[in-house]
Design a protein around this ligand. Structure first.
Ligand SMILES: Nc1nc2c(ncn2[C@@H]2O[C@H](COP(=O)(O)OP(=O)(O)OP(=O)(O)O)[C@@H](O)[C@H]2O)c(=O)[nH]1
Ligand SMILES: [Mg+2]
Length: 316
């Protein structure tokens, strides 16, 4: 079979399994890292800060006998503003619609009250959906805490299986894939086997800029930033022009993002280009502006304008 045959061959074996796996858990436990490791490429941004993922993001894993459509979600937390409410709703919708719920926990620390709330949410919305526990960050788990922390995680919710793993070090990930595949119903290949995500290059550009800002700033700023791509043009075979607007909530934040003599914005631009150029396969001309949209995270209309939209009705 040549490459073209592979691309256009939409047949799959009779025992092919497929379905949706909602990846949920507290912020910062490694949900996006796990999805990226499974897919062998970065489809979701990752930072050491909680509440990095803001929207539902698909990661499509395909092999001959199965296709797993991972739905990476924002961390479940008690929201402080409208953006937080939106993020929690995105995660809850994924739980409702899933064939399997993959609850990612940070096993290097004991479960918290937030995990009890998540257990309650999964049981309320996930009804009889099978639950798999990914006990992640096992590389950070001290041997003397192992038994206690694993049992405490396992006691949170009835589940099919619990897996100790390290998404960062790719440990336990292959076994997890096999467990998930076995739980999925027989079904078609929903996406072409070579497709790993649904997002377009415009969205990737906005997310990479947001990641660089989250990594470079402190306190409230990482979470007060929204990025909009105003213009995206392939100017020639080897040049992509991207005009981005970084929105912050206050004037003081704008000053910090720009930095002394424009030093910060220059650094963000360099880091963004370095990551985007290999992805796009062209040079990138990046034009960035910073604007203040006062308290946008608390204003549903401004959030809509920035593309934070719930796109469908929920069942309950
Ligand atoms: N040591 C260790 N660190 C990990 C592991 N998995 C993820 N991390 C780190 O944990 C941090 C958070 O990872 P993310 O993948 O962004 O976590 P998340 O659950 O998607 O976070 P939100 O999107 O904010 O909900 C990053 O610094 C990762 O490098 C792991 O297995 N071991
Ligand atoms: Mg994430």
């Amino acid at each position: 079979m040549n490459d073209l045959d592979t691309i256009f061959d939409d047949s799959w074996p009779e025992d092919h399994r497929s379905g949706f796996v909602a990846v949920v858990g507290r912020p910062n436990v490694g949900k996006s890292t796990l999805m990226n490791t499974i897919l062998g490429q970065k489809v979701a941004i990752v930072t050491p800060r909680p509440q990095t993922t803001q929207r539902q993001q698909l990661g499509i894993y395909s092999e001959t006998h199965g296709q797993i459509i991972f739905v990476d979600t924002p961390g479940l937390h008690h929201p402080q503003h409208k953006l937080g409410e939106f993020m929690v709703r995105v995660a809850e919708d994924a739980v409702r619609d899933a064939d399997v719920i993959l609850w990612v926990l940070d096993v290097s620390v004991p479960p918290t009250t937030a995990d009890i709330y998540i257990a309650e949410t999964i049981q309320r919305l996930g009804k009889n959906t099978p639950v798999i526990l990914a006990l992640n960050k096992a590389d950070l788990l001290a041997p003397q805490n192992r038994d206690a922390y694993v049992s405490a995680c396992e006691a949170l919710i009835p589940h099919q299986q619990a897996m100790l793993m390290s998404a960062l070090n790719d440990e336990g990930v292959r076994d997890l894939i096999d467990i998930l595949l076995a739980l999925l119903p027989e079904g078609p290949r929903y996406y072409p086997a070579d497709q790993v995500s649904e997002v377009n290059l415009r969205f990737i550009a906005a997310e990479v800029i947001r990641e660089k800002i989250m990594l470079a700033t402190e306190q409230e700023i990482p979470h007060s930033v929204a990025v909009e791509i105003a213009e995206y043009k392939e100017r020639s075979e080897n040049m992509t022009y991207i005009s981005a607007i970084i929105y912050v909530e206050r004037d003081s934040q704008k000053g910090i993002i720009i930095g002394k003599g424009g030093s910060m914005i220059k650094k963000l631009g360099q880091e963004t280009r370095a990551e985007l150029e290999p992805i796009l396969g062209t040079q990138v001309y990046l034009d960035v502006q910073v604007k203040v949209l006062k308290n946008w995270r608390s204003d549903p209309k401004l959030m809509q304008r920035l593309g934070y939209r719930i796109s469908r009705d929920t069942k309950d």
